[in-house]
Write a protein that binds this ligand. Structure first.
Ligand SMILES: [Zn+2]
Length: 271
């Protein structure tokens, strides 16, 4: 071959080699740039799954899934007609008596009980409970047995009845709860659960409101307990015959502490 031809072939070979290297480099860079969007895609998938999980965490509150019935004691006008104190009982008591009245402020128990009950409803609903109220106004006529039947028909897992005490002894103050005895002829089988509920609610109220802890009273003479087919307690929040306690009981702030205490007690009961 001529020297010139050899030179042309040589240049052509170098050029081809250069082109091959160039093609390889372009391919390499392509792979590199393609890898990045994959990583971005993975990241955005992670962010999406985090967003999906967030509301689930918010829904899990202590009361979720639990049904509670709240009864504000008494009503605007007493109904002294009689009803049996339990299913099939020959002994009878007034359908609903008038309750007590504040010795110093004149507040009626039915009004105080309702104010606290409505705060308990709000507190429990905020914690995820399903709340059934026996009454939300004072102008009703619902007997004690009828209130229990509301709780029974709602299949409530706890029935909490809100009351206030009164005494001729103006020094007496503090909170108590009430449940049946284990020998109650109508629903003695509910004693264990009602006693536990009474302990939990009383301890919750005392811890939250800072009032004196009196006792859990066990009696079989309460129509609103005897007709109940679900765990039941009466919380006596304090005395409307003690000057200091009555002054606290009528305030929104103290009523809110009582409501928080009752809700704390229910949280503990269902733990
Ligand atoms: Zn009462």
């Amino acid at each position: 071959m001529k020297r010139k031809t050899k030179r042309i072939i040589c240049i052509a070979l170098i050029y081809t080699l250069f082109c091959l290297v160039a093609i390889l480099m372009i391919n390499y860079v392509d792979i590199g740039t393609e890898a990045e969007p994959v990583a971005e895609l993975e990241e955005s998938t992670e962010q999406e799954s985090e967003l999906v999980e967030e509301p689930v965490i918010k829904v899990v509150t202590p009361g979720t899934g639990h049904v509670v019935c709240i009864d504000a004691g008494h009503q605007q006008r007493a109904d002294m007609k009689k009803e049996p104190i339990g299913p099939g009982a020959s002994k009878k008591k007034a359908r609903v008596d008038g309750g007590t009245t504040g010795k110093y402020t004149g507040i009626t128990e039915f009004q105080l009980d309702l104010e606290i009950a409505l705060k308990v409803q709000k507190e429990l609903e905020d914690r995820g409970y399903t709340v059934v109220m026996t009454r939300t106004t004072n102008d009703v006529n619902i007997s004690n047995s009828e209130r229990s039947i509301i709780a029974n028909e709602a299949k409530a897992e706890a029935f909490v009845r809100i009351h206030a005490d009164g005494s001729d002894d103006t020094k007496v103050h503090g909170a108590s709860t009430v449940c049946q005895t284990k020998d109650n002829p109508y629903n003695g089988e509910l004693y264990e659960s009602s006693r536990k509920l009474s302990d939990c609610v009383l301890d919750g109220v005392v811890a939250s409101a800072g009032c004196k802890k009196r006792q859990v009273i066990e009696v079989d003479s309460m129509s609103g307990i005897n007709w109940s087919k679900v765990p039941t307690t009466i919380i006596e929040v304090g005395y409307l015959s003690n000057k200091d306690e009555e002054a606290k009981l009528i305030t929104d702030a103290y009523q809110q502490l009582l409501a928080k205490g009752i809700a704390d007690g229910l949280d503990n009961y269902f733990k």
